[in-house]
Ligand binder design. Structure first.
Ligand code: BGC
Length: 270
């Protein structure tokens, strides 16, 4: 049986989607990309997401994972990076499930990317503690221990030298200030040394669009921990969202059928 799930990756500029074979990490058919509606309001984003899902022609009942730039707790988006502030404290999963009439799982965007890199990419089957940071508009983080994701870490917001780290060390901070890769690497050194001191990880992965230029800055860093570029690039969010949605769907079904069996066996004795 092919194990399928849809992954949708919602960002401040684009919404991407794909139908994924979660066993192999391969896409079935084309990936789709559309612009994020200006303002990033929930009603506009759900409309575009519906179009993307329709175009993927997935079998009925295919679980959908949505990678989103927010802390997600019990399906509620608790923060909002580069989308409307209305997402803060918003029942996103319920809103999407009602609107799209199907099962939806919301996942933090960096968590989705990190999970994908461990399952299919640069850190495939890497044991121990892996920390992925995405260097983009902000800094996202994913912490994975022996293949298990510890969700919702916000390591881009560590306070370092009196600053929210992502305001100095993200890729957009480098562009905004027009500093060289060498100057940026000094900030990255400070950032990753701090993470290393706090977590003693086994591996750092560096994602985000700028990871394509990793040879310009990663060799300038001196750390005890190996630090390598992510390899799935803009596929990571879709793949991770699909894989995590598939796992959540499977465990919910196992849980339901265990409950069903228990109920059945209880009722037999009644
Ligand atoms: C947000 C994270 C998000 C990251 C990347 C940060 O500003 O707080 O939740 O994962 O940006 O989009």
């Amino acid at each position: 049986m092919t194990r399928l799930a849809i992954g949708i990756d919602i960002g401040g500029t684009g919404i991407k989607g794909g139908l994924v074979n979660v066993k192999s990490g391969e896409f079935i058919g084309e990936r789709i990309r559309v612009m994020t509606p200006a303002g990033g309001e929930p009603e506009d984003i759900i409309a575009v997401t519906r179009e993307v899902i329709d175009q993927l022609n997935a079998p009925d009942g295919t679980p959908v994972g949505v990678a989103f730039p927010s802390v997600i707790r019990s399906g509620i988006t608790m923060s909002a990076a580069n989308v409307s502030k209305r997402w803060i404290g918003f029942e996103a999963e319920a809103f999407f499930e009602r609107g799209l009439g199907r099962e939806i799982h919301f996942i933090n965007d960096a968590d989705a990317a990190g999970f994908a890199e461990v399952k299919y990419g640069a850190a495939q089957d890497h044991d121990g503690l892996v920390i992925l940071t995405t260097l983009g508009t902000g800094i996202g983080s994913a912490v994975i221990y022996n293949g298990v994701l510890i969700p919702n870490t916000e390591l881009g917001h560590l306070e370092i030298d009196g600053h929210d780290a992502e305001t100095k060390a993200s890729s957009v901070a480098r562009e905004r200030e027009g500093i060289t890769y060498e100057e940026w690497a000094v900030r990255l050194q400070r950032y990753y040394s701090h993470l290393e001191m706090l977590f003693s990880p086994d591996l750092f992965l560096v994602g985000g669009g700028v990871s394509k230029s990793h040879d310009q800055f990663l060799p300038l860093l001196t750390l005890r921990t190996p630090i390598i570029p992510a390899t799935l690039l803009n596929r990571a969010g879709i793949l991770g969202a699909a894989a995590l949605a598939f796992d959540a769907h499977k465990s919910a079904r196992t849980h339901d059928s265990a409950k069903g069996k228990k109920a059945a066996s209880l009722s037999v004795g009644d």
